[in-house]
Design a protein around this ligand. Structure first.
Ligand code: ADP
Ligand code: 5GP
Length: 291
């Protein structure tokens, strides 16, 4: 085995200083990816002239993207046939192109519809509003996939695409979701292709999703309009949750505790609408989609 080079104290200090600068630089780039300030393509371009960035592992880069954890990063690497230990500087041209394609943000075209995200605490009235929006020709409401069991009022393909855990895992690995998140013990995800199809046919698209999902959309889709639906009062929210007889008492208590945390997230959204009357909310959503 080759002996490591013998370094003087000054050389060792210099090497340590260089390693520290590289780590700081990589942390900066990862933070910029997480906030959506830099895209994957921009980081790949940057790596051509920035030694510290070029030595970043691709797995590390993927995990920094909002909504991509360790599991999805590994699934993407496997699907694109990229070694788990590969660094940016070792990427082949085709691997580079497929990575860029994987995270490409569809360009907003004048003829494209607008992506509108509706979030808010459970029980505030999101499904009720979505059902009204569904009646409109110019809007298309995305049907999410979920691993939770159907409520007795719900049907497969209309309210949700109900999936087993294994089916959901496969859909994640195949990149079928625009975003997905865990909520109250189940997983929920927006199928990507139908959204792209509706937008390219000029229809506005409504996603009724949780706050984690809304954050992922914001990071990956700057044109989206993010709307937070609030109840007129906290008491009204409690009464709407209680009034919805589809959940068990334990589930309702769990949802109330969650709703309190969710209400604190409203400042993250572009617009806040109060659900006093469903028709007012629908009119405001249409106005925002056309703004
Ligand atoms: P979410 O999808 O946000 O969990 P839902 O749409 O299921 O909420 O609504 C919860 C309950 O509140 C339902 O019983 C629904 O009929 C009722 N609701 C929704 N919007 C209003 C409103 N503007 N005024 C009064 N009740 C409402
Ligand atoms: P519920 O079980 O009451 O139908 O929905 C629970 C939560 O999951 C709600 O906040 C709803 O908006 C959210 N949700 C529904 N579909 C999706 C989805 O596709 N993605 C994400 N991130 N959340 C979703």
């Amino acid at each position: 085995m080759n002996r490591p080079p013998v370094l003087t104290d000054a050389q060792r200090a210099q090497a340590l200083e260089k390693a520290k600068r590289s780590r700081t630089r990589r942390a900066e780039v990862k933070a910029a990816i997480r906030s959506g300030e830099l895209t994957i393509k921009e980081v790949l371009d940057l790596s051509e002239n920035d030694e510290a960035v070029s030595k970043m592992r691709i797995a590390e880069l993927l995990e920094s993207i909002s909504g991509v954890g360790k599991v999805r990063a590994v699934a993407i690497l496997d699907r694109l046939a990229i070694s788990h230990t590969r660094r940016l500087l070792g990427l082949g041209i085709h691997q580079r192109q497929s990575l860029i394609k994987e995270f490409a943000i569809p360009r907003h075209d004048l003829h494209d519809g607008r992506l509108v995200v509706l979030s808010g605490p459970g029980g505030v009235g999101k499904s009720t509003v979505s059902q009204e929006i569904r009646k409109r020709e110019d809007f298309w409401v995305s049907v999410s996939a979920t691993t939770r069991s159907p409520r007795h009022t719900e049907s497969h393909g209309h309210d949700y695409i109900f999936m087993s855990d294994e089916e959901f895992d496969r859909a994640i690995s195949n990149g079928h979701f625009l975003e997905w998140a865990s909520f109250a013990g189940a997983r929920y995800g927006t199928p990507r292709q139908p959204v792209l199809d509706a937008l390219s046919h000029g229809r506005d698209v409504l996603l009724e999703i949780d706050i984690e999902g809304a954050k992922q959309v914001k990071a990956n889709w700057p044109d989206a309009v993010l709307v937070f639906l609030e109840p007129p009062t906290w008491e009204e929210l409690v009464s709407r949750l209680e009034g919805r007889a589809t959940d068990s008492p334990e589930r309702r208590a769990e949802r109330l505790a969650l709703a309190q945390e969710e209400m604190a997230q409203s400042p993250f959204f572009d617009h806040i609408l109060v659900n006093d009357q469903v028709e007012h909310v629908v009119a405001s959503l249409i106005r925002l989609a056309h703004s």
